[in-house]
Design a protein around this ligand. Structure first.
Ligand SMILES: NC(=O)c1ccc[n+]([C@@H]2O[C@H](COP(=O)([O-])OP(=O)(O)OC[C@H]3O[C@@H](n4cnc5c(N)ncnc54)[C@H](OP(=O)(O)O)[C@@H]3O)[C@@H](O)[C@H]2O)c1
Length: 244
């Protein structure tokens, strides 16, 4: 039986690239999506072109019952989950004086509580299997902070604390938990920025460019592989040298 990876929010951006990268490595893919659209169909076809199985599972990660249901669907289909990538995430940026309680709560609910909701349901099976890899997508903003992103930064810093604690809880069962902290990556999330802003950002990055979804996916591939079997509780920066 091949390895199975669950990636949340995987129909576009970084999540899609992670799914394609792991499919290329031969993983069967459980593809979590929130919105049914053309992007889902296209991503599914692209993954299938690698000759692996794809199971699309609908669910809003901020809802515990959704996560409970779709994790069960995956276990019914594949019998196991070897790798979990908590990737789904949103931003609702504004200065604190203008930030509503709803905007704060929504970002925490999707990014941080969503990571808990999916992990809690998946780890049950990993504990029984006595193996697993959990890779959580945080952000440089969770380490350094960013004006206008108190909600997002809090959620991404929370993911790091969550991951380190979980890494200590489950290490004895051979389950490794790590975070990736991307810098500025070219996706829909950063396409909202004006070109001049993006150029200014790139100028201040030591490697002088924004990252690509592939830059992040390649590190996920490493953290999912046997080559990283002595690494747990870590935060790997994929940011072109922004934070050192
Ligand atoms: N891009 C960057 O510069 C950057 C930097 C650091 C960290 N990150 C993190 O990397 C991850 C991916 O970001 P991205 O840039 O690829 O973002 P993106 O292009 O906006 O894609 C986000 C994905 O998450 C899904 N999603 C959102 N809310 C969801 C929910 N409640 N339940 C399930 N899926 C949900 C979206 O699905 P829908 O299509 O239904 O909306 C979409 O597939 C996020 O956690 C983000 O915070 C990104």
């Amino acid at each position: 039986m091949g390895n199975v990876a669950l990636i949340t929010g995987a129909t576009r951006g970084i999540g899609k690239q992670i799914a394609l990268c792991l499919a290329k490595e031969g993983y069967d893919i459980a593809l979590n999506y929130r919105t049914q659209n053309e992007e889902l169909e296209n991503t599914k076809k692209e993954i299938e072109s690698f000759g692996v199985k794809v199971l699309p599972v609908q669910g809003d990660v901020s809802k515990f019952e959704d996560c409970e249901r779709f994790v069960k669907e995956i276990i019914d289909e594949f019998g196991k989950i070897d790798v979990l990538v908590n990737n789904a995430g949103i931003t609702k940026d504004t200065l604190i004086m203008r930030m509503s309680k709803e905007d704060f709560d929504q970002v925490i609910d999707v990014n941080l509580t969503g990571t808990f909701n999916v992990t809690k349901n998946v780890v049950t099976y990993m504990l029984k299997a006595r193996q697993g890899r959990i890779i959580n997508i945080s952000s440089v903003v969770g380490i350094a902070g960013n004006a206008g992103q108190t909600n997002y930064a809090a959620s991404k810093a929370g993911i790091i604390g969550f991951s380190k604690s979980l890494a200590k809880e489950v290490a004895s069962r051979n389950i490794l938990v790590n975070c990736i902290a991307p810098g500025f990556i070219t996706t829909d999330m950063t396409n909202v920025l004006k070109d001049e802003v993006k150029e200014e950002i790139a100028k201040n990055i030591p490697l002088k460019r924004m990252g690509s979804p592939e830059d992040v996916a390649n590190v996920v591939k490493f953290l999912a592989s046997n080559d990283s079997s002595y690494i747990t509780g870590q935060v790997i920066h994929v940011d072109g040298g922004m934070l050192m």
